[in-house]
Design a protein around this ligand. Structure first.
Ligand SMILES: Cc1cc2nc3c(=O)[nH]c(=O)nc-3n(C[C@H](O)[C@H](O)[C@H](O)COP(=O)(O)O)c2cc1C
Ligand SMILES: O=C(O)C(=O)c1ccccc1
Length: 353
């Protein structure tokens, strides 16, 4: 029974709920399930959104906010707002425009798109849109091939490397198992996994991955390195010690370890462990401006959104992604105004109950 009746929990802001409903109607039910689903019984997937719904902002008053300025600088990147596009696989499965269509929307919104290693277009084509791109890497057990992918992304103009560290194996996606969804349909491929012979390699998860590989990557690339998928404060400390340039508190949108802590619940301890030495980002379940504001108040420098962007893409290509990003921006602007925060940096932990 692929594809649930309702686009479950993809709501939040009306524009996001609308995109999700359109995506649900447009997508093959098995593909909807691939994008929407999580691991196991999806406890962590649900926990991400629930954690935001359980927090309340404590606004400040009479702060002469005027029009808040949403812009932030992150790793040398000027962003028009503290909301980035999380790396998600297989954009051509959502829309024929694929990753390039998403990138055009990112450029229009003046934010960063993190390109998934499992993208269905060559990174050079995505970069040709002019968008500010970061590249997401699953370090491959074939280190030479893995390094070649990094160099290719760097040569294409990607400005940071996002190393995903929460995936020693692929999560158990029960919807995909039920639906028999295993691979991309003919005609679609992970275009950045082609080797010298033109053969497309599989994206392999590496259970032997360790800190030594993070150290190695430092020598492979001069790009800033972000570690994506940190939840434990001890790992946050190690990440700083190993020279990470930023962290992304993430549980992969509930697609890896079901039962893992929600990202919002993990954020304060990670932020405390990092102690301001490097930026901390967070993703998972962010669906409206107040979610963004709560994450920033509890220590994040910026957030990333995954599924809402995929719904926008499936619903309307570039315009659909733009609508999602602009709805988040407008909502965040209202929330900052009402909370008495002239800038993202003015949100502090005492403003969350
Ligand atoms: C369909 C889908 C594909 C994803 N593919 C990747 C990926 O290739 N690499 C990666 O690091 N994370 C991947 N993620 C995780 C996202 O980067 C992000 O952590 C997560 O989606 C954030 O949660 P949200 O969807 O609730 O916003 C994927 C998530 C989804 C939903
Ligand atoms: O990372 C993911 O969540 C994901 O769905 C994926 C799919 C194919 C290849 C790599 C990752």
């Amino acid at each position: 029974m692929p594809g649930s009746e309702e686009p479950e929990r993809s709501g939040g802001l009306p524009a996001l709920a609308e995109a999700a409903a359109k995506a649900h109607a447009a997508l093959d039910p098995a593909h909807w399930d691939f994008f929407a689903g999580g691991a196991g019984e999806e406890r962590t997937l649900r926990a991400n959104e629930d954690a935001f719904a359980c927090r309340r902002l404590v606004p400040r008053v009479l702060r002469e906010v005027g029009e808040p300025d949403l812009a932030v600088d992150l790793l040398g990147e000027p962003l028009s707002m503290p909301v980035l596009i999380a790396p998600t696989a297989f954009h051509r499965l959502a829309h024929p425009g694929g990753e390039a269509a998403t990138a055009v929307a990112a450029a229009a919104a003046a934010t960063v798109m993190v390109v998934s290693m499992a993208a269905t277009q060559p990174v050079e084509e995505i970069a040709a849109t002019g968008a500010a791109l970061w590249f997401q890497l699953y370090p491959q057990p074939d280190r030479e091939f893995s390094d070649a992918v990094v160099r290719r992304a760097e040569a294409a103009g990607c400005r940071a490397l996002v190393v995903t560290v929460d995936s020693p194996v692929f999560g158990r996606r029960e919807r995909d198992r039920r639906n028999g969804f295993l691979d991309l349909p003919p005609g679609l491929a992970c275009e950045n996994m082609r080797d010298g012979t033109g053969r497309v390699r599989d994206v392999v998860m590496d259970p032997a991955l360790g800190w030594a590989q993070v150290d190695r990557l430092r020598a492979v690339t001069g790009l800033p390195i972000l570690l994506k998928g940190v939840l434990h404060p001890a790992d946050a400390r190690l990440a700083v010690e190993h020279g990470a340039d930023a962290l992304i508190v993430s549980n992969h949108g509930g697609r890896q370890l079901d039962g893992a802590v929600s990202t919002l619940d993990a954020l304060p301890a990670v932020a405390a462990a990092v102690g301001g030495r490097i930026p901390v980002l967070v993703d998972g379940g962010i669906r409206r401006g107040s979610d963004v504001a709560i994450a920033l108040a509890l220590g994040a420098s910026a957030v990333l959104v995954g599924r809402p962007v995929v719904w926008g893409l499936a619903a309307g290509g570039t315009d659909g992604v733009r609508a999602v990003l602009e709805a988040l921006r407008a909502d965040l602007r209202d929330v900052l105004t009402l909370a008495g925060a002239p800038r993202p940096g003015a949100l502090t932990p005492d403003m969350v109950a």
